[in-house]
Design a protein around this ligand. Structure first.
Ligand code: PFF
Ligand code: NA
Length: 434
């Protein structure tokens, strides 16, 4: 349960949520995102953990076992496969951003932000991501740490890290919100996030909101299914899922409230893209009392949050290779990370030497993000909804969820709201709905 919380809360909340909210015009996007979390994300998180716990194996075999039990084709294991592969691809770009966060621990600790102008801080970020070697090294360090932890299988260390990190992260975010209130632009930032103006949405906003609901709750990345297989039967699924959903959403909203007032107070662009937190938060740390200490602690916490998510992205592939192919955890870990590392170079280069190489107007990094969050994860979410809502027996799902109103609400959402919601958003995205 703690590990699952660690998987959910990560860069998605603090790095991705603010930057895509900025790119999609604020309030209306936040509303779409909240709707996707409540009606699609939370029911699906339940479905995914349920499959893992009942199937009790790595994702492909968990799906296969349950499919055979339900009397349908074992090919349903494809859904498990897609999860494993998605985790692999996600980690390849996740580790690049986590590498930036780690590098910033040292920037903050070395006093690089003290009294710096926004130009100087922008330059600092530009020189980090613009240098392929530096970015690669930081990303490699993150991957090496993640792989070591996954190879050792340290569950207790992971849980302890989450119990310390989560309150610490929340506390620092609240300190940042406090700082934001002194900038004179708090109301502006608040309104940007919570007063919806639907004319600011662009053609892909709804799909981005849906994709982010998946990304931020770690749905369809294999990790939650794998953790579900370790979850004891006595733990309530409903409580677990609601706690994760609430906490994850809370962290994202607080991060937004900390960041947007700083954006407006410094005349920055909310739609600045993936660098948003790396150029706004350092400005705050450079100006507030004890900023050097608070900034260093913040980037340490952010790196930890990223690490606990990265672990959950690597674990599915390693658990499959050890369980099914009989590899040692060491071999499985090294083999998988070698592949992830190679793929990560494409994302590193998207911010420097391949910046101009674009496919449909997107860099390699953006393409991976768009394909996973925008299409692959919602599609496997659709499959998981059909599987748990229509294919598995009610006796089986009820046995996992527990009988009661919660079960009936979940069953309704997973059978109707989730599939219809995902299909409508897809049809809208490909332009069928005009
Ligand atoms: N949920 C993580 C975040 O918000 O940073 C990212 C993530 C982890 C996505 C694990 C998918 C996954 F399977
Ligand atoms: Na998240």
């Amino acid at each position: 349960m703690l590990a699952a919380t660690g998987s959910a809360v990560g860069l998605g909340n603090i790095w991705k949520f603010p930057y895509i909210t900025g790119e999609n015009g604020g309030g209306a996007f936040v509303l779409l995102y909240l709707g996707c979390i409540a009606l699609i994300g939370i029911p699906l998180l339940m479905a995914e953990i349920l499959i893992g716990r009942r199937g009790k194996q790595s994702p492909p075999d968990a799906m296969k076992t349950l499919a055979i039990e339900a009397g349908v084709s074992p090919r349903w294991q494809l859904v498990g496969w897609v999860g494993v592969i998605t985790g692999f691809v996600l980690l390849s770009f996740y580790l690049v951003v986590a590498g930036w966060a780690l590098a910033y621990v040292f920037n903050a600790g070395g006093g690089a932000f003290a009294g710096a102008s926004s130009d100087r801080i922008g330059g600092l970020f530009g020189s980090l991501v613009g240098d392929p070697l530096a970015s690669t090294l930081w990303g490699t360090l993150v991957l090496a740490i993640t792989t070591t932890i996954v190879i050792k299988g340290v569950k207790q260390g992971l849980e302890r890290a989450v119990t310390i990190m989560m309150p610490g992260l929340l506390l620092i975010l609240l300190i940042l919100v406090g700082y934001s209130m002194t900038t004179g632009q708090f109301v502006h930032g608040f309104e940007f996030m919570f007063s919806p103006d639907f004319s600011k949405l662009n053609g892909s906003s709804v799909l981005v909101a849906l994709g982010h609901a998946f990304f931020t709750l770690s749905i369809a990345g294999g990790g939650m299914m794998t953790y579900g297989s370790y979850l004891p039967k006595r733990v309530s699924l409903g409580k677990t899922v609601l706690t994760i959903g609430l906490l994850d959403t809370l962290v994202a909203l607080i991060a937004g409230l900390a960041i947007f007032p700083i954006v407006f107070a410094n005349g920055l662009e909310p739609g600045a893209g993936p660098g948003l937190i790396f150029v706004t938060l350092p400005l705050a740390f450079g100006q507030m009392p004890l900023g050097q200490l608070v900034g260093t602690l913040f980037f340490i916490m952010l790196s930890f949050a990223a690490l606990t998510s990265a672990i959950s992205l690597l674990e599915p592939a390693v658990s499959w290779l050890t369980e099914k192919r009989g590899l040692s955890r060491l071999k499985a870990g090294v083999l998988t990370s070698a592949g992830i590392w190679l793929l990560s170079l494409g994302s590193v280069f998207s911010f420097n030497i391949w910046e101009e190489h674009k496919l449909f107007g997107k860099t390699f990094f953006d393409v991976l993000d768009y394909l996973t969050s925008g299409w692959i994860m919602p599609l496997s979410g659709l499959a998981m909804a059909i599987f748990t809502g229509w294919i598995m027996s009610r006796a089986a799902t009820r046995d996992e969820v527990g009988d009661g109103l919660g079960y009936r609400v979940w069953l309704f959402l997973i059978r109707y709201a989730v599939p219809v919601g995902i299909l409508v958003i897809f049809l809208n995205a490909i332009g069928v709905l005009g």
